[in-house]
Design a protein. Structure first.
Lengths: 339, 52
């Protein structure tokens, strides 16, 4: 009698990649739902005002979203910089300007939070814990003819530096000089418009008086002005570009991604390539939608640690994890890899 | 030797940063900075969500 043992067929690389992506999307969705689970906000057209809002969330999640339970670190950073203490009184200087004593020049709490997350896992947050990243991932899944899907363009690399410029100018310098004014949130962030503005204004348009009664102060889309138009245009551009190319906001605009990117090379969670297994087949390079060549720069500032390259590698040469990674890679030993 | 130093630095640097970060957070909490965050996050910022 034959005792044929049925062996489970090995998964193809494409199946592994799809499984990895499904798992990542599930984690993203679960985290986004948990951190935006204030259902009352959606029902009454208001925002959560409880003590949990003291705690920052690691991803780009507008605190004016009706469901948001935590505070956006970028919004908080701008809000605390150079915040004046109005309770200590204000006076008028010789030039007639109102002056107050600054309460905080620097936000130790928010900077400490960003350093903690960055030193632990770098841009892993972008791939797994950011609600706006999830929205872009889903938008990129909208099918388009292959010709219209752009992986990279001629001046892609210089454009990547734009997020650092926006971080310095709109998140740090301008709020420092213009008293805790959230310039990035006001003039650029499409997340606030999508997660906060649209739901609240739509709610206000439908149930105007109820919304006003709950203290949001929003009555309807009739209050929309120039700023609304500007932010709607930015949001529309972000949505269209997200369908065409992978995560354009993360690549070129996101100041939070820019902050975490500084930590990618030194964070505890890291990637490495085992050179004894790597055959330079290019499968990882081809799989990476952020345009990173992991064999050259395993911990590039642009890598969001989504795991696509790891899943695509037919030789299992890419390793990722906290602590010691078992490889014989020279690239792994080199912490100062080029961008 | 250089690799060993790199390997050691790879762990020392993030751990040192984590310790500093925890110190920053503790100082921020002690300095009541979290209330500044709370006051901002609980008041709807109309301009931030694009009203105006």
């Amino acid at each position: 009698m034959e005792t044929a043992v049925k062996q489970k067929p090995k998964k193809t690389i494409m199946q592994v990649r799809k499984a990895v992506e499904r798992r990542r999307l599930a984690i993203q969705a679960a985290f986004s739902i948990i951190t935006n689970s204030y259902i009352v906000g959606f029902i009454r057209g208001t925002i959560y005002k409880g003590p949990l809002k003291q705690i920052c969330v690691p991803g780009m999640n507008c605190y004016s979203c009706p469901g948001a339970l935590g505070a956006c670190p970028i919004g908080s950073l701008q809000a605390v910089f150079n915040q004046s203490d109005w309770s200590k009184g204000a006076w008028t200087d010789a030039n007639g300007y109102t002056v107050t004593k600054p309460l905080y020049y620097f936000s130790f709490y928010v900077v400490g939070f960003l350093m903690l997350i960055g030193a632990l896992c770098g841009r892993l947050v972008c791939a797994f814990l950011c609600p706006f990243g999830l929205i872009q991932d889903l938008l990129y899944k909208i099918p388009l003819p292959k010709k219209l899907k752009i992986k990279s363009f001629k001046h892609d690399k210089p454009f990547r530096y734009l997020k650092y410029v926006l971080l310095v100018v709109f998140v740090i310098v301008l709020p420092l000089f213009y008293e805790a004014n959230p310039f990035f949130c006001k003039y650029i962030c499409p997340s606030g418009m999508l997660l906060g503005g649209i739901p609240l204004m739509t709610y206000g348009s439908v149930f105007g008086n109820i919304a006003a009664g709950t203290g949001t102060g929003i009555t309807s889309w009739a209050e929309a002005g120039g700023l609304t138009v500007l932010k709607l245009c930015i949001l529309a551009a972000t949505i269209i570009l997200s369908i065409i190319t992978y995560r354009p906001f993360c690549k070129y605009v996101c100041p939070l991604g820019a902050i975490y990117s500084f930590f990618n090379r030194i964070s505890l969670y890291r990637y490495s390539v085992d050179e004894s297994k790597c055959t330079n087949c290019g499968a990882c390079r081809h799989a990476c939608r952020m345009g990173v060549d992991i064999t050259k720069t395993p911990n590039s500032p642009e890598c969001i640690r989504c795991g696509d390259c790891k899943a695509a590698c037919p030789h299992h040469a890419i390793c990722a994890g906290f602590g010691k990674i078992k490889t014989s890679s020279a690239a792994d030993a080199n912490t100062g890899d080029a961008a | 030797m250089k690799t060993l130093l790199n390997t050691k630095l790879r762990y020392i640097l993030p751990i040192a940063l984590i310790v500093i970060a925890v110190g920053f957070i503790a100082y921020g909490v002690f300095d009541k900075e979290i209330y500044a965050v709370l006051s901002k996050a609980t008041a709807l910022c109309r301009e931030c969500v694009g009203i105006g």
